[in-house]
Design a protein around this ligand. Sequence first.
Ligand code: 5GP
Length: 198
Amino acid sequence: MKEQKGTLFVLTGPSGVGKGTLLSRVLPTLDSLFLSISATTRSPRPDEQDGVHYYFLNRGQFEEKVRNGEFLEHAQFSGNYYGTPSGPIDMHLARGEDVVLEIEVQGAMQIREKRPDAAMIFVAPPDFPTLEARLRGRQTEDEAAIALRLQTAREELKQIPKFDYLVINDDLTRAEEELKAVFLAERSRTNHRTFHMS
Ligand code: 5GP
């Protein structure tokens, strides 16, 4: 049994829903799965490092990369640009390695158009008040930014039917198991594997 070209996974869902936390727990348990590092014009948070959490760019640098066609997708979110550099992704996929993008919903929709084979996963909160409490609790945004993220979240949640999988992050351990099951199931699909008789 030999793996063919790798699988592209897209993990999306509202800001504050716990996409990053879920991925940080599932990623170490799966081999050959790489997390794409995005570029953004947002300022780094105190614990964030350039080239590790994001590539932090100014608007001019970001727009130049857009013009050069360096992003697989890009979107504006809460007043900043975010984009997925395509080079590293194509390199991993060509090697038969899987890649996961952790991005917001507009970007996910662009991937769905460009890469119809991508496995599309939506992470939702159990309800809206829980999302609001989580966004406030992490204390990374001011009140105006939180309000904007919540307003955006309402629109994002309407897109759930366009996704292949829905993981509800009510209990972290359970959601983590569900997300891992999605990765494993996708990897077992016949169109992602080749069987050799001899
Ligand atoms: P944050 O500012 O909280 O790190 O991210 C804000 C939102 O942008 C999150 O929903 C995050 O998943 C999303 N995001 C991060 N990187 C990208 C990217 O490359 N493209 C898109 N479209 N969204 C991204």
